[in-house]
Design a protein around this ligand. Structure first.
Ligand SMILES: Cc1cc2nc3c(=O)[nH]c(=O)nc-3n(C[C@H](O)[C@H](O)[C@H](O)COP(=O)(O)O)c2cc1C
Length: 200
């Protein structure tokens, strides 16, 4: 029995249906995980943070630009790959972060994996500022969706925002990778509250 050829429109509709179902079930799973249950142990958030910090990670700077032209960006280590097909990545943004509104509004974002020599840029984007980009203007160029992208990171993933999911005191951003690039350099690493190889 032969499978009928799908038209472009049918393929789009099938993908949309898949996305809707996947997002609905993911949202339900996260909501269920966030609900307290009788007998849950009391967890000290500070101790939990210290324990989680023992997981060594790379360091990323995520940037965006809203339709109104406002640019935002921050340093994160919550970046993770999600899926190769479809190509999905995710990262988490604290609900109290001043940049949350811009990331909620924008349709695109770019994730940059930082190289070891980009420590100063990563430090700069880890603190709130009126215009974070001013001090590093030469490091950026316009990317997809007019998002400011870093010229020479270790890796860069330019994404269309696919989904925002409730993640407790964070929002989980899932992006569909539309363009990416990578280079051969030493990575910037973070462990136990310190950038490795950059002093105390
Ligand atoms: C190594 C490192 C990793 C970080 N990871 C995250 C993260 O995954 N999510 C987050 O919301 N903030 C993270 N932060 C903190 C933000 O970078 C910081 O709160 C920043 O000021 C947020 O940007 P904004 O003030 O422009 O909103 C991290 C900071 C550092 C130094």
């Amino acid at each position: 029995m032969s499978t009928p050829e799908l038209t472009g429109r049918e393929m789009l509709e099938a993908e949309l249906a898949w996305w809707t179902a996947a997002n609905d079930s993911f949202d339900a799973a996260v909501a269920a995980a966030a609900r307290p249950a009788p007998g849950d142990a009391a967890i000290d958030p500070r101790e939990l943070r210290t324990a989680l910090g023992r997981f060594a990670t790379g360091v990323c700077v995520v940037t965006t630009r809203t339709a109104g032209g406002q640019a935002a960006g921050l340093t994160v280590n919550s970046f993770t790959s999600v899926s190769l097909d479809p190509p999905l990545v995710a990262w988490c943004l604290g609900r109290m972060a001043p940049s949350l509104r811009a990331f909620e509004q924008a349709e695109h974002f770019a994730v940059h994996v930082m190289a070891h020599h980009q420590h100063a840029l990563a430090m700069h984007f880890a603190r709130p500022a009126e215009d974070k980009f001013a001090a590093f203007r030469d490091e950026f160029e316009p990317g997809l969706g007019n998002v400011p992208v870093i010229r020479d990171p270790l890796a860069r993933f330019e994404c269309r925002k696919a989904s925002m999911v409730d993640g407790g005191d964070h929002v989980i951003f899932i992006g569909r990778v539309e363009r990416f690039a990578h280079a051969e350099r030493e990575p910037l690493l973070f462990h136990a509250g310190r950038f490795l190889g950059h002093g105390a």
